[in-house]
Structure formats: structure tokens, C-alpha cells
Design a protein around this ligand. Structure first.
Ligand code: IPM
Ligand code: MG
Length: 411
């Protein structure tokens, strides 16, 4: 049999590939001249952008915003903090301009220092929407939010994890620019740069050194994805040398997903550093162990900008079924706590974290079910705000932790 291949298709694909390589190499040059970390304490006024997104986004974002404004009321009044509403991230608007983020919206986002963002619908082939790039992914790339930090804590199971997911590279870097070489052959790309990999590894090791139990697990599939994951692992070995006090190990992603369910092993993990797609997948699993994706917040940190969000999507079905007001705002409130911590309001962040634990895991005076037999998001946000103000909050929270730890010991 004589095999003929479509040479013209190969040529066209080669050209497209060349463009991608050029873009990525230009990006590497930009990464070599990254700005310094923003020092929030030096700003005259901190500008916080709030964009609701779509689906349940505007609902849970507004509920979280109440909590944010309540906790920062003194600074807002003193003109030290400005909260800015940013519209335009709805799927209707994005579809109308055929862009992941409309230009005017992006310009407004760039005027802010930090952003609280509600979930946004991510189209896929076959949806009623054009198959445009995800707004999340576009924002992470455009604002260079390279570290996606996702804490998961379940004291009764002895779990205290913090995931450092690389957020601008891997399979996401050119995820919307793969090539249909012919009708029969589709190719996507995975990207790892020295600069991009090193900075996420350093972020993870740095945290482990300061407050993360001096233990890092680097997760790849370097036995199969030998080039990009291989680079991730090789750079981990190098970065680890700068942290002699931090113990580290490496695991493959498949066995790690299993070990998160292993009652003996899972309590030993502490800080994970991992490429983008593995981080995406495993943090949903981890959040489920904590009580569901509705309970987990996510910080997207770059040197100049930072964005805080839920880890879940926009649940358009809840809106079409008229249940949006029952959507759980806890992931967004958790995102507020992470924002407060990031901008240096550590005490307020800590109180909010404790209040969330007390409301969701311990006292449960209100329960979210996503339906009318549970509380509304607005009621729950108010319950959290009341709890934040309780003078006995620290004691109640300690009780919760003590009981949880006792339960963990019994297992
Ligand atoms: C997440 C989400 C996003 C992602 C989607 C909504 C684009 O799943 O933040 O984990 O894939 O990163
Ligand atoms: Mg995800």
C-alpha cells in the first residue's frame, strides 16, 4: 500500500505552529522582565474590582461583596479602599464581541489592583454560544496570574492541603489554538517554560517554608509526558536546592488522585505544586472531599495583579430553574478571605476563615441545599457576617477544631 499524506495540510499546520512558537518565545522574553510584586501597603488607595460574571455568578458575587464591604468598611470610608463594579463579563456580551474578555472590560480590570470575580460560562463545542476562549483563562493569561492557590482543609480527616497550580501554561497556554491538521487529525499543545515553571515552584516552596509544614509534593506525569512534565520535575529538583529545610517528593498525578482518598496517606500531604491541567482536575476532587466545589475558594496571583474567585462554574441550570438565589456563596466568601489575606488584612482574613468554618462545618444554623428547602445565599452571607462579629468566635472555632481532631484520632 502506498501511503499518501496531505502535504498542503502539513504545510498550513507548520505555519500555524510557527506562529504559536513565536508567541510563546515572545512571552518568555516578557517573563524575563517581570514587574516586582505590588506592595499593597504602599498604595494611597487600593482599588478592588468586582465583576459578577454570569449564571449564578452575579448572585454569589454580590453576596460575597457584602461581606467584603462590611469587613473593609473603615478603609472604604477613609478613602483607602475603593470598590469598583465592572460589568461586561457576561456570556451575552462576550459572544456579541466574539472575545473572551471585551476590550473595554479588560481595560477596566487593568485599572484595579485586585479583582473579585464571579464564575463565567465557558463555552464548548455544541453549546448555543460561539466556542470562544474561557474568560477565566484569558484573564489569567492577560494579567499574568501565574499562581492558582487553592486551600482545602478538613480537620476531622486530618487534611490541611494547599495547592499551587500553575495557571498560565501547560495544556491551557494555547488550549484554544490547537490545530485541526486535517479532518482526521487534531493536535493540541502543552507548554512549559523555564521562567513559568520556576516561579510556581518557588511560590509553593516559599509557602511551605514559611507556613506550609516544610513539605512539598510535586505532581506530574513525567514518565509519559516526558518533555514538559519532565522539565517541571527537573526544575523542581533545582528549586528544591534553595530550600534545604523543606522536604519534597514527587508523585504522578494518577496515583495522587487515588491517595487523596487514602485515609492513611492523605493526612500527610501539605503543599502541592503542579502543572495547570492536573491542578484543575485534582482541586475539584480535593474540594469535594471538603464538602463540594461550592466550599472552595481560589486565588489567582500574579506579581502585579491578583484575582479571587470560586473554583466552580456558573451553574446556568440553577438560573434557568429559578434557583439562583439558593446558590451557595461560600466559595466566593472564601475567595474574599483569600483576598483579605493577600492585601495584608491578615487578621480580618483569619476571622472570616474561622467564621466560615463555624457556620458551614460546626454550628450549621443555616444550611445551603441549592433549593428552597435551604437558606438563600443572602441569608447565609448575613449569617457569616454576624458570626465574624461574635466576641467568642476564636473560642467557638477552637472547639470545632478540637472536636474534629478528636474525631480524626478515632478513625
Ligand atoms: C477552574 C475552572 C476553570 C479552569 C474553567 C471555568 C475555565 O474549572 O478554575 O478550575 O478550567 O481552570
Ligand atoms: Mg476547574
Amino acid at each position: 500500500m502506498i501511503i499518501m499524506v496531505d502535504e498542503k495540510a502539513i504545510e498550513a499546520a507548520e505555519q500555524q505552529y510557527g506562529r504559536l512558537l513565536r508567541q510563546q518565545l515572545e512571552r518568555v522574553e516578557r517573563l524575563k522582565h517581570e514587574p516586582d510584586w505590588t506592595d499593597y501597603s504602599k498604595l494611597d488607595k487600593l482599588i478592588i474590582g468586582v465583576c459578577g460574571g454570569d449564571g449564578i455568578g452575579p448572585y454569589i458575587c454580590a453576596e460575597a461583596q457584602q461581606v467584603l464591604e462590611f469587613l473593609l468598611a473603615d478603609k472604604i470610608k477613609a478613602g483607602k479602599v475603593e470598590i469598583r463594579q465592572i460589568d461586561g463579563l457576561t456570556i451575552e456580551r462576550r459572544a456579541a464581541v466574539m472575545k473572551a474578555i471585551p476590550d473595554d472590560t479588560m481595560a477596566q480590570l487593568k485599572q484595579c489592583h485586585v479583582i473579585l470575580k464571579g464564575p463565567t460560562t465557558t463555552p464548548k463545542k455544541g453549546d448555543p454560544w460561539p466556542n470562544i476562549e474561557s474568560a477565566n483563562v484569558a484573564m489569567r493569561k492577560e494579567l499574568d496570574l501565574f499562581a492558582n492557590i487553592r486551600p482545602v482543609s478538613v480537620p476531622e480527616l486530618g487534611i490541611n492541603w494547599r495547592f499551587y497550580r500553575e495557571n498560565t501554561e501547560g495544556s491551557y497556554a494555547v488550549g484554544s489554538d490547537g490545530i485541526n491538521v486535517t479532518d482526521d487529525l487534531a493536535i493540541d499543545y502543552c507548554v512549559a517554560t523555564t521562567q513559568g515553571t520556576e516561579r510556581i515552584l518557588r511560590a509553593g516552596f516559599e509557602y511551605a517554608k514559611k507556613s506550609g509544614g516544610n513539605y512539598v509534593s510535586v505532581i506530574t506525569k513525567a514518565n509519559i509526558i516526558k518533555t514538559t512534565d519532565g522539565k517541571f520535575l527537573k526544575l523542581a529538583e533545582q528549586v528544591a536546592k534553595d530550600y534545604p529545610g523543606v522536604t519534597w517528593d514527587d508523585w504522578f498525578i494518577d496515583i495522587t488522585t487515588a491517595k487523596l482518598l487514602d485515609p492513611v496517606r492523605r493526612g500527610k500531604f501539605r503543599v502541592f505544586v503542579l502543572p495547570n491541567l492536573y491542578g484543575d482536575i485534582i482541586t475539584d476532587e480535593a474540594a469535594q472531599i471538603q464538602g463540594g466545589v461550592g466550599t472552595a475558594g481560589s486565588a489567582n496571583i500574579g506579581k502585579k495583579y491578583a484575582m479571587f474567585e470560586a473554583i466552580h462554574g456558573s451553574a446556568p441550570r440553577m438560573v434557568s430553574e429559578g434557583r439562583a438565589q439558593y446558590a451557595d456563596p461560600c466559595s466566593m466568601i472564601k475567595a474574599v478571605a483569600m483576598m483579605l489575606d493577600h492585601i495584608g488584612e491578615t487578621e480580618k482574613a483569619h476571622r472570616l476563615d474561622m467564621a466560615l468554618d463555624v457556620c458551614v462545618q460546626f454550628e450549621k444554623k443555616l444550611v445551603m441545599t441549592g433549593r428552597s428547602n435551604g437558606a438563600t445565599g443572602d441569608e447565609f452571607a448575613k449569617y457569616v457576617m454576624e458570626t465574624v462579629q461574635r466576641p467568642d468566635l476564636a473560642e467557638v472555632w477552637q472547639q470545632y477544631v478540637d472536636i474534629a481532631v478528636q474525631n480524626a484520632a478515632k478513625q
